[in-house]
Design a protein around this ligand. Structure first.
Ligand code: IPD
Length: 274
């Protein structure tokens, strides 16, 4: 028999509590001193001891609060809390520290990101800046919020006036392709920003602190919570050529900017390359 579906608001409350404790741990560990524990896809794709400790803390807390749920985390992958007769309906998608390189250098643009999926759709998410305590939340259909204010994305209609955030992957050949795309795009926009934490980038765009965002190569944990915050703030989110947002491409733009940005990114094959 199907397990009952918890309301998104209940999942969000859990996510917020767990994210606050996790961000406190990450902040404390940053003050105590950070070192690289391992590298992943390339030598510049680092994992700190805090990434691992914080993910363990989040997973343990979720297990305690919602024992039957599945969890997908950046550092430790999937753990399915479902049983064979009743697979988990809720899956938590966790990035313990998004913006790990910023964290390593003490740059205050890194966050804990926790999203809850219900039956395969993200319904709740929280992104909390580890340094500043700024916290963005959203539930599906319930809007995007920060500090009690409902968020609305930029109303910019001219791509030439748009501040666009993007990011780069860790693989050198991929970065070279992404840099060529940026070189082609930059004459057509106000400016480009590379801040270094996709979840926070999506939240900044959600409240109009930049106009649009795009990036190739995001994993589910980079975009699950921030993507819901952005969508709930009115941004149109998609991939290239009608595809859904995913590892090939995530574009988050106000409705009026989406098509012109998409056109440039398609022309320069932003989802292509290595
Ligand atoms: C990275 C950051 C970065 C983005 C990369 C991500 P991580 O996540 O979000 O801004 O450009 O694509 O992998 O490694 O810091 O969790």
């Amino acid at each position: 028999m199907d397990r009952p579906a918890p309301p998104p608001s209940e999942l969000l409350e859990i996510a917020i509590d767990v994210a606050r404790d996790a961000a406190a741990t990450a902040y404390r560990m940053r003050i105590e001193g950070v070192s690289v524990a391992a590298t992943k896809s390339t030598v510049t794709d680092v994992v700190t001891a805090a990434d691992r400790a914080v993910e363990r803390q989040i997973t343990d807390a979720l297990r305690r609060l919602r024992p039957g749920d599945a969890v997908l985390g950046e550092e430790y992958g999937t753990a399915d809390g479902g049983t064979t007769d009743a697979p988990a309906r809720v899956r938590w998608i966790v990035d313990p520290i998004d913006g790990t390189v910023n964290y390593l250098y003490g740059l205050p643009h890194c966050a804990v990101s926790i999203a809850a999926e219900l039956d395969g759709a993200v319904v709740a998410g929280v992104v909390r800046n580890i340094h500043t305590g700024e916290e963005w939340t959203a539930t599906a259909g319930g809007g995007a919020w920060r500090a009690g204010e409902r968020l609305r994305c930029s109303t910019e209609t001219d791509l030439g006036q748009a501040l666009v955030i993007t990011g780069f992957g860790y693989d050198a050949r991929r970065r070279a392709h992404q840099a060529r795309v940026v070189a082609e795009l930059i004459p057509y926009v106000r400016d480009i920003r590379r801040l270094g934490a996709a979840a926070l980038d999506l939240c900044l765009v959600a409240e109009g602190r930049a106009d649009a965002y795009y990036e190739k190569g995001l994993a589910a944990w980079d975009q699950a919570a921030g993507g819901l915050v952005a969508a709930e703030a009115g941004l149109r989110i998609g991939g290239l050529k009608g595809l859904p947002p995913g590892p090939e491409m995530v574009i988050a733009a106000p409705p009026a900017l989406y098509d012109p940005l998409h056109e440039h990114l398609t022309r320069w094959d932003a989802a292509g390359g290595p």
